[in-house]
Design a protein around this ligand. Structure first.
Ligand SMILES: NC(=O)c1ccc[n+]([C@@H]2O[C@H](COP(=O)([O-])OP(=O)(O)OC[C@H]3O[C@@H](n4cnc5c(N)ncnc54)[C@H](OP(=O)(O)O)[C@@H]3O)[C@@H](O)[C@H]2O)c1
Length: 431
């Protein structure tokens, strides 16, 4: 099985290097021998002296996807517009595709998977989500017989590192992010990480595999970690929670809720133990019950593990024509829930509400009256002596509907005092 690689950055270089280092082991596990024959990248000089014998490098990406000597295209450029065109062309030329590009699949996955199905080729992408955690193969194979009710993850190592530093070392957001960049966790432009968009790319793919819904990036509600006030991290800890950037797809009575947002996670939960740059994923299925997977979310060597696993899988399929619609996204064509699924922006659960109150007579009574009128019952309450004649009141509610909460907000703000901040975070439940 002859591989052509697009790009020669961190992941591509590590994949080829680890392939050469573990060659005998990989050979022992594959029915068809894997051979790297061609690399095409913007700066070919980077690959010189680092390729296996017989593998050539150039800057001709189009030549590579049109080359009849290439059976599998390994897309590792990260350039979304270009890789979309190259991947479609590779499929059109009846080549299998392996990629780690979550942004590409989140935005253009439907188009790419439709063509893959039409031409009977595979698009494998284990390296696109939480690289050391085999979550794609878990959903597609090991958990295939389950009705999944929810999938919940910490899917972005950079934002998890920043929140861990803020929580455990009282770092401020800018300082923690600079440290993440210094350690090589964050991108040079970390906007995709801290805005929640990178986690949303990954969640889009997990939701599609779990629930059989189309890969639909715009159905994900996204809120990042940029605006988290450190006081809320402190209050959450005092109440027994960590604030984490949680990516969750959950089947609510009203429909499928797919979102990335900061949430309060009980300290006793395994997700709360996922700290620094690590990733974790909790999965609920009707047969397996609950499962928890933990591992690194990034790194060239770690991603090479996932990418090489996809190549080994293809080599063991022997290039035979499989019904790729069933294979790539887990569900057979015509059995995905494109028409029947409803998305909902509402979720039922507990919420953390912090109100900054003016220290005036009657304010507390006013706030309590608004909560009572909206039928919100309080599970936990904390009041903190503030400064400048203000104090903070923190309420953890019992389960309520987020729509109900949003309706109550204007009245709550008025009761707390004009111009005072109100912070709200959902609390992660048991599912
Ligand atoms: N790094 C990780 O930990 C990780 C983990 C999971 C998934 N991924 C995904 O894996 C993919 C590759 O990531 P990476 O970290 O290896 O990125 P990278 O180090 O930036 O490498 C990208 C490579 O692609 C080349 N390239 C970029 N645009 C190109 C273009 N228009 N034409 C030709 N070549 C082009 C670059 O050329 P130059 O050498 O000239 O820059 C570079 O060699 C991305 O989709 C990323 O999201 C990465």
């Amino acid at each position: 099985m002859r591989i052509g690689v697009l790009g020669f950055g961190n992941v591509a270089a590590a994949t080829i290097e680890r392939f050469m280092a573990n060659h005998e082991l990989i050979h022992a596990k594959t029915r068809t021998a894997i051979q790297f024959v061609r690399v095409a990248t913007r700066t070919p000089a980077r690959a010189e002296g680092r390729l296996p014998e017989g593998c050539v490098v150039s800057s001709d990406c189009w030549g590579l996807v049109d080359d009849p000597q290439v059976d599998v295209v390994l897309e590792l450029t990260g350039d979304v517009p270009l890789s979309r065109q190259l991947v479609l062309r590779a499929l059109f030329n009846r080549k299998h595709v392996v990629t780690a590009n979550k942004a590409l699949l989140a935005k253009h996955g439907e188009e790419i998977m439709a063509l893959a199905e039409e031409v009977g080729r595979n698009v494998l992408f284990e390296g696109a989500v939480a690289v050391s955690i085999p979550i794609i193969k878990t959903l597609r194979e090991s958990a295939a017989a389950n009705n999944i009710s929810s999938i919940t993850g910490i899917l972005n190592g950079t934002s998890n590192y920043v929140l861990s530093q803020m929580s455990e070392h009282d770092a401020d957001f800018a300082g923690a992010l600079a440290e993440a960049q210094r350690k090589g966790y964050a991108e040079a432009d970390p906007t995709l990480d801290v805005s929640g968009e990178d986690a949303a790319h990954k969640l889009t793919l997990l939701a599609s595999l779990s629930f059989g819904v189309p890969i639909h990036f715009s159905s994900v509600q996204i809120k990042g970690i940029q605006d988290i006030d450190p006081v809320d991290i402190g209050f959450a800890k005092r109440l027994g929670y960590q604030i984490k950037l949680i990516a969750q797809a959950v089947m609510e009575p009203e429909g499928l809720n797919v979102g990335v947002q900061p949430m309060l996670v009980p300290m006793t939960s395994m997700l709360a133990q996922v700290s620094d740059s690590m990733n974790g994923i909790a999965l609920y299925g009707d047969l397996l019950g609950s499962a928890f997977l933990y591992g690194s979310g990034a790194g060239g060597r770690q991603t090479s593990s996932a990418v090489l696993a996809d190549l080994i899988e293809l080599a063991n399929l022997g290039g035979t024509r499989v019904e790729s619609g069933a294979y790539n996204m887990g569900f057979r064509h015509g059995h995905r829930k494109a028409e029947v699924v409803r998305y909902t922006r509402e979720r039922v659960g507990a919420f953390y509400i912090r109100l900054r109150l003016d220290d005036k007579a009657g304010v507390l009574a006013g706030v309590s009256a608004v909560l009572a009128q909206a039928g919100v019952s309080v599970n936990a309450l904390l009041q903190d002596e503030g400064q400048h004649e203000q104090s903070d009141m923190i309420v953890i509610t019992h389960d309520i509907n987020s729509g109900q909460l949003n309706k109550m907000l204007p009245a709550l703000s008025v009761a707390a005092g004009a111009g005072n901040s109100v912070a709200i975070y959902p609390v992660l439940g048991s599912h």
